[in-house]
Design a protein around this ligand. Structure first.
Ligand SMILES: Nc1nc2c(ncn2[C@@H]2O[C@H](COP(=O)(O)OP(=O)(O)O)[C@@H](O)[C@H]2O)c(=O)[nH]1
Ligand SMILES: [Mg+2]
Length: 214
């Protein structure tokens, strides 16, 4: 019984990985950089997307992943860029996005002139890290309100990412959190991680993210 379950899971993941690999190559051939943002709910992904859209304009587009609602897509669309919402509620409420769904989404989008495609993955620090969506860069967002220990508790999201955005740094004066300890914990699970500290609210440090994208 156990063996059958493992076999099925492997099959799903290998099918996902195959499509992810093709997607990564196809987008690179089209000159499009694909960045997958992962984090727990509320760490500031959509706010980062809104500010990025206002700063970089319409050569970027966003696929929003949520179990329910088009709220995030509506927010980012208001910032003036093409958005597409994937809701997993209709097909079982999955807590992650898969590469085949990204493929279907981009087939319906107009990628003319697009330089960067973002995916805002479903808010959750566990499942999205298990599924390769075909991105060239996985980025994990960790807000300063979440605690120093999260990289240690949810290592996979940090190990499958090459960039960590430490967000909401404008809140540091009001918190007891030690940002150096967050960074030490990030380095402990992923010594190669690039770290950018920013506030999408005040714009502090945001230029480092924009420079990274350019
Ligand atoms: N103080 C502060 N609040 C922020 C910042 N970024 C996002 N927020 C707030 O945090 C909440 C969740 O942000 P949202 O972008 O929806 O997070 P998401 O669930 O990761 O997409 C909202 O109330 C935002 O206004 C920030 O840099 N500083
Ligand atoms: Mg969001």
């Amino acid at each position: 019984m156990d063996k059958t379950e493992i076999k099925v899971m492997k099959k799903i993941l290998s099918a996902n990985d195959k499509i992810a690999g093709e997607l990564r190559k196809d987008l690179a051939d089209m000159g499009i950089n694909f960045i997958n943002l992962m984090s727990s709910p509320g760490s500031g992904k959509t706010t980062i997307m809104e500010r990025t859209a206002r700063e970089l304009g319409n050569n970027i587009c966003v696929i929003e992943g949520d179990i329910q609602t088009t709220l995030d897509a509506e927010r980012v669309a208001k910032a003036g860029i093409q958005t597409y919402q994937i809701n997993t509620g209709a097909f079982g409420g999955d807590c992650h996005l898969e590469s085949a769904w990204i493929r279907s989404a981009i087939d319906e989008m107009d990628l003319t002139g697009i330089k960067t495609l973002f995916v805002e993955n479903i808010g959750n620090l566990v499942c999205p890290a298990e599924f390769d969506v075909g991105a060239h860069t996985n980025a994990v967002v960790l807000s300063v309100t979440e605690g120093e220990d999260k990289p240690l508790k949810y290592p996979l999201a940090f190990q499958t990412s090459s960039l960590c955005i430490i967000s909401k740094i404008d809140l540091l004066p009001y918190l007891d959190i030690k940002i150096e300890e967050i960074k030490e914990n990030i380095k402990m699970v992923n010594p190669k991680m690039k770290v950018i500290e920013l506030s999408a609210k005040t714009g502090e440090g945001f230029e480092n993210w924009i420079n990274f994208l350019k």
